[in-house]
Design a protein around this ligand. Structure first.
Ligand code: HEM
Length: 389
């Protein structure tokens, strides 16, 4: 009988289950909320190995192209394909996603951060809603050149799209709405190119190659989802870990030089992406003492790997100055997160501003009242109520 990952008690605190699975049966079958059964890899060494092993593929060797426009828009991006398609797509996007373009965002990220903090109310408020969510979405919209007025619509669509079975029925209409919106944006940018990433992606060329319309829609879709559903959890989970232990928060406020290592520790300890996206085995693979058969769906547990005591001394302690910290929170191998430098820059600016401007923040509820969002892909809190101090 596979372990049931849809069980709400698992979700409230998955760490004890992961710890016992790493000890007894680190590669195992689990039942997902959809009812499907998948293999789950829980140990660090196995996870790192699988992320770099081409036998754990995105397509299982099947390169059929879906016929509906919506399905294509969901499946023609780099995180859904294997080489050589992946190599080509990643190269074209990397050409537009330059270090210069990211670095140029620094003053804008700071300005958005400061403006959000200035709007904090004097009464208790939700730090996710007031800060952790709007910051990354404003940044990714700015990077792509998406008008501010359209951002609320994104929040609704993307919530449904990443929400898993909880939102199964609304998924087709939300995906269709988002694809239609992106098509409109691309048409507008084609007519009037700007200095934004969207224009850069339209114009990206590599040895005469460029992105097709489906690939462009799909890429923008991936960037929008990947660009904010994850960073909100890095900021939210990090602030939770700090405020749940006030002396930890005070220590960081007193010594902001710790922020870079603290961010890596938040990424490790409550990894924003709980499991990597599905892999499919192209052939039978021996790993962690088991044989996963060919064509089997596989989840690689990043959150679990990042708590593996064989890799991290004292894995269940938050060490703000932990170094080295070779966590897998951004993945590993060819699909290693393209947005990691942007996510780190946003987090650095966010934690620096919060420690400097709001050292008196306080958790407004008991830790036990905090609820984690459903789904196995992402790990993040619904709300983080705080008192301004
Ligand atoms: C891939 C995590 C922020 C864009 C990934 C993967 C992980 C990850 C684990 C690999 C998934 C897999 O192998 O199945 C994170 C975390 C973030 C973050 C924890 C924030 C804290 C961002 C941002 C962007 C972004 C801000 C873009 C603006 C991407 C893209 C890929 C990716 C495009 C696919 C790369 C490929 O397939 O080659 N991310 N991400 N991510 N991420 Fe991120």
């Amino acid at each position: 009988m596979p372990d049931n990952l849809a069980d709400p008690t698992f979700h409230a605190n998955p760490h004890p289950s992961y710890a016992s699975w790493r000890r007894e049966g680190p590669v195992r079958q689990v039942r997902l909320a959809s009812g499907a059964v998948a293999w789950l890899i829980t140990r660090y060494d196995d996870a790192r190995h699988a992320l770099a092993d081409p036998r754990f593929s995105k397509t299982g060797g099947d390169d059929r192209h879906p016929s509906s426009a919506i399905d294509r828009a969901l499946s023609r991006h780099m995180l859904a394909v294997d080489p050589p398609d992946h190599t080509r797509l990643r190269r074209l996007v990397t050409a537009a996603f330059t270090a210069r373009r990211i670095e140029a965002l620094r003053p804008r990220i700071s300005a958005i951060t400061e403006s959000l903090i200035r709007q904090f109310p004097d009464d208790p408020f939700d730090l996710i809603d007031a800060f952790a969510f709007p910051l990354p979405i404003q940044v990714i919209c700015e990077l792509l050149g998406i008008p501010a007025d359209d951002r609320d619509a994104f929040r609704a669509w993307s919530n449904i799209i990443v929400g898993g079975v909880a939102y199964q029925e609304q998924f087709p209409s939300a995906a269709a709405a988002m694809v239609g919106y992106i098509q409109g944006l691309l048409a507008a940018r084609r007519a009037e190119p700007g200095d934004d990433l969207l224009s850069g992606l339209i114009g990206a060329r590599d040895s005469g190659d460029s992105l097709t319309e489906d690939e462009l829609i799909s890429m923008v879709f991936l960037l929008l989802i990947a660009g904010h559903e994850t960073t909100v959890n890095l900021i939210g989970n990090g602030m939770y870990l700090l405020l749940a232990q006030p002396e930890r928060w005070q220590r960081l406020c007193a010594d902001p030089g710790l922020i870079p290592t603290a961010i890596e520790e938040f990424l490790r300890y409550e990894s924003p992406v709980e499991t990597a996206t599905f892999r499919i085995t192209t052939e039978a693979v021996d790993i962690g003492g088991r044989t996963i058969p060919a064509q089997a769906p596989v989840l690689i547990g990043l959150l679990s790997a990042n708590r593996d005591g064989d890799r991290f001394p004292g894995p269940d302690a938050v060490e703000l100055d932990r170094a080295p910290n070779p966590h897998l929170a951004f993945g590993h191998g060819i699909h290693y997160c393209l947005g990691a430098p942007l996510a780190r820059l946003e987090a650095q600016i966010a934690f620096t501003a919060l420690t400097a401007s709001c050292p008196d923040l306080w958790l407004a509820v008991d830790e036990s009242e905090l609820a984690w969002r459903p789904g196995l892909l992402l790990r993040g809190l619904f709300t983080l109520p705080v008192t301004p101090g």
